[in-house]
Ligand binder design. Structure first.
Ligand SMILES: [Fe+2]
Length: 221
């Protein structure tokens, strides 16, 4: 799993050696090995192992980027682990979306898109039996909400969106841009960052975008 996470992200090799990134990989891997333990196997995230590799890898990448941003914002200890776990579980509801829609190579029909858009609520249903904290739940239900109110499922805007979900929203889009997919190659981090920066105070929280820019400030030492 460690190798999948690292190799799938199209990071500049200079940044790969960045201490922050290495530490974040350690935390994500710690959480992954924790929820892979047999007694936790009922956690539905585990089903990603057999259902959809692409979503599983994406989830690990989003968790990793989430940790980088959250740490820049001062998260630590339990808060950091909770936002990382929320990020890891953010797309859990995709387990309820038929594979024919989830992995469709062409353009989705309007009806198919409506099914995809239900995955935040599906995710909440799946985690119900596990009594997870609000800090973990918010990224699952709110990661497609947008700062300008044009997201889904509830069209929340600005501070109505939980800070953990604001972080995961940015990490989710950044990961999607830089990951390789079966039908296209991922972008370089800096190109993807420009797209995120252009969405500052539009799709994304200006505070989170600024923190992200700090994370990827080139290392000078
Ligand atoms: Fe999603």
């Amino acid at each position: 799993m460690d190798e999948i996470i690292i190799h799938n992200l199209n990071f500049n090799p200079m940044l790969l050696w960045h201490e922050k990134l290495i530490n974040a990989v350690t935390i994500v891997n710690g959480i992954i090995s924790e929820i892979k333990k047999p007694q936790k196997a009922r956690l539905p995230w585990y089903r990603f192992w057999i259902y959809d590799q692409e979503t599983l890898i994406h989830s690990a990448n989003v968790s990793l980027l989430t940790i980088l941003i959250a740490r820049e914002m001062g998260y630590q200890g339990k808060n950091l682990e909770e936002v990382a776990l929320g990020a890891l579980l953010h797309d859990l509801g995709k387990l309820e979306v038929p594979k024919s829609i989830l992995n469709k190579p062409g353009k989705l029909t309007e009806d198919e898109y409506e099914v995809i858009k239900k995955h935040p609520q599906y995710g909440m249903e799946l985690i119900k039996p596990f009594c997870l904290s609000k800090m973990i739940q918010q990224p699952i239900i709110q990661h497609h909400e947008r700062w300008n109110g044009k997201g889904y499922p509830h069209g929340l805007k600005k501070e109505e969106i939980h800070p953990n979900a604001q972080i995961v929203a940015v990490a989710d889009v950044l990961a999607a841009l830089i990951e390789d997919r079966s039908y296209r190659q991922g972008m370089g981090v800096m190109g993807a960052m420009e797209i995120i920066a252009a969405g500052k105070a539009k799709e994304f929280s200006p505070i989170i975008v600024d923190q992200l820019l700090k994370v990827f400030t080139p290392v000078t030492h």
